[in-house]
Design a protein around this ligand. Structure first.
Ligand code: ADP
Ligand code: ZN
Length: 443
């Protein structure tokens, strides 16, 4: 193994010490790693070299972290255009793993890891799980999908490195998940929040009281979910629900995580350098201002990512976290810039619909947004599932509910939309990321 690898292992052994590193030391570490990453990218990856040359920004010009703003961005299309191996900065013989994105927005992209990259990821993911209060002695049901998707293996390695007991159940087969949760005395579960909702529903149908089981922690990520949904989940299952964030291009899950205070997500910034930019001008924004998250990897070998535009919208939270971690925090990611759709001139994000629905008492977060075009005019319909007791209620009660929902949506979106109440269990449940939006306007 290389010297770099040995050093990294030594640092990894002191896992959480980096979470508490004095800020000035963190900045020094970031600068040294950033310079090494820029050099590696410049020397080994044609696309990066050409882009840097175009911008007249070469690694040697980096004096401070703020100079990073002069370097070019990388976007998802760059990964598509260089598919599958064009961004590799290591020879293929040094690559020990390949993953691909789930491709929610088009053709999948491929990412590669050296052994050191897998170690970096494991480090970030074990610190994520530790921040969620998971550790040795926990029995972790890992219901993120295994396979090309990064969720499953990322959480798996992280949990094992912590010394927790991992159940690699992957997504799906919900009845078996519930049996395992109960019989194996699971204490922590990793999955998408929408899949956990589905598990809760099914458990109730099977007469299993999740709140009476030893389950105490949910490690939820991979899709946007609101605080209202968190409250719903926590009340229904009596667990602590944590939000974790990551993306395939940067490593997979483990880029940022909430701590027990749930006041934003700490970015593991010794590995991933965050910036927040104005999506229009590309200029970095100050703390507190909302913009697009841009990430640069600081310790990756096989596929360093320079100023990757995530399209996820967030802001840096000012001040330090009372948990003592010195890692910068970002706000929860409620929306992705490409999630937004425009209806009759009004900008709408699916998360706004979720907040509006959950503000109405007794509503469950099972909904879908359908966009159509009728005679040249865009139409938006929100289909909302009603609970079994409501479904058998009097017509007047349903009408009342319908009006309340329509009103809540109008208030939140500033737009009148069609609401359709549908029967229990009619909206398709997801085993991974939920599909909230169906856009039929161009079909
Ligand atoms: P894709 O969905 O693009 O195929 P990934 O599976 O890597 O690729 O998903 C990464 C994306 O998932 C992020 O860019 C972000 O939009 C979303 N995501 C991941 N975690 C969260 C989270 N905790 N909150 C909101 N969105 C998230
Ligand atoms: Zn904290």
């Amino acid at each position: 193994m290389t010297v770099l690898h040995n050093n990294l292992q030594a640092e990894t052994a002191a896992v959480s010490a980096l979470d508490y590193l004095p800020v000035s030391q963190m900045r020094d570490l970031q600068l040294a790693r950033l310079l090494a990453t820029l050099r590696r990218a410049y020397e080994r990856v044609r696309l990066y070299r050409e882009r840097m040359a175009e911008r007249k920004a070469t690694p040697e010009e980096l004096r401070g972290l703020e100079d990073l703003a002069r370097f070019p961005f990388t976007v998802k299309n760059d990964l598509r255009d260089t598919y599958p191996y064009g961004l590799l900065a290591s020879p293929l013989e040094e690559v020990v793993r390949l993953h691909a994105s789930s491709g929610t927005t088009g053709k999948p992209i491929v990412v590669a890891y050296t052994q050191q990259d897998v170690d970096v990821w494991t480090d970030a993911m074990s610190r994520t799980l530790a921040a969620c209060g998971v550790g040795r002695g926990d029995i972790v049901q890992n219901a993120y999908g295994y396979g090309l998707f990064t969720g499953g293996l990322g959480a798996h390695y992280g949990a094992e490195a912590l010394g927790a007991t991992v159940i690699p159940i992957s997504g799906g087969n919900t009845d078996r998940q519930i049996m395992v949760m109960k019989d194996f005395r699971v204490t922590a579960i990793c999955c998408t929040p929408s899949y956990f909702l589905h598990l809760l529903d099914r458990a109730a149908q099977l007469g299993v009281e999740v709140c009476e089981l030893p389950l105490r922690v949910g490690v939820f990520g991979a899709e946007p979910w609101t605080d209202s949904l968190r409250r719903h989940i926590e009340a229904a299952s009596r667990i602590q629900a944590y939000d974790i964030y990551g993306l395939t291009e940067i490593t997979g899950p483990g880029v940022a995580s909430e701590c027990h205070l749930h006041q934003g997500l700490h970015v593991f910034e010794d590995h991933f350098y965050p910036e927040i930019i104005d999506p229009q001008s590309g200029e970095p924004l100050p703390e507190g201002q909302e913009g697009e998250l841009v990430l640069t990897t600081l310790s990756k070998q096989a596929m360093p990512m320079l100023r990757y535009r995530t399209r996820d919208i967030t802001a840096f939270l000012p001040g330090s976290c009372p948990c003592g971690r010195t890692l910068r925090r970002i706000c929860r990611i409620g929306r992705r810039s490409d999630d937004m759709f425009i209806i009759r001139g009004v900008n709408v994000f699916p998360s706004q619909v979720e907040s509006a629905l959950l503000a109405v008492e007794g509503m469950l977060p099972h909904y879908q947004i359908i966009l159509t075009r009728e005679e040249g005019l865009d139409q938006m319909e929100v289909q909302v599932e009603v609970t079994p007791p409501l479904a058998s209620d009097r017509v007047a009660a349903l009408e009342n509910l319908h009006n309340k929902l329509a009103h809540a949506l109008h208030q939140t979106l500033g737009l009148r939309v069609k609401v359709r109440l549908v029967g229990p269990q009619t909206i398709k449940r997801s085993e991974g990321k939920a599909q909230r939006l169906i856009d039929r306007r161009n079909t």
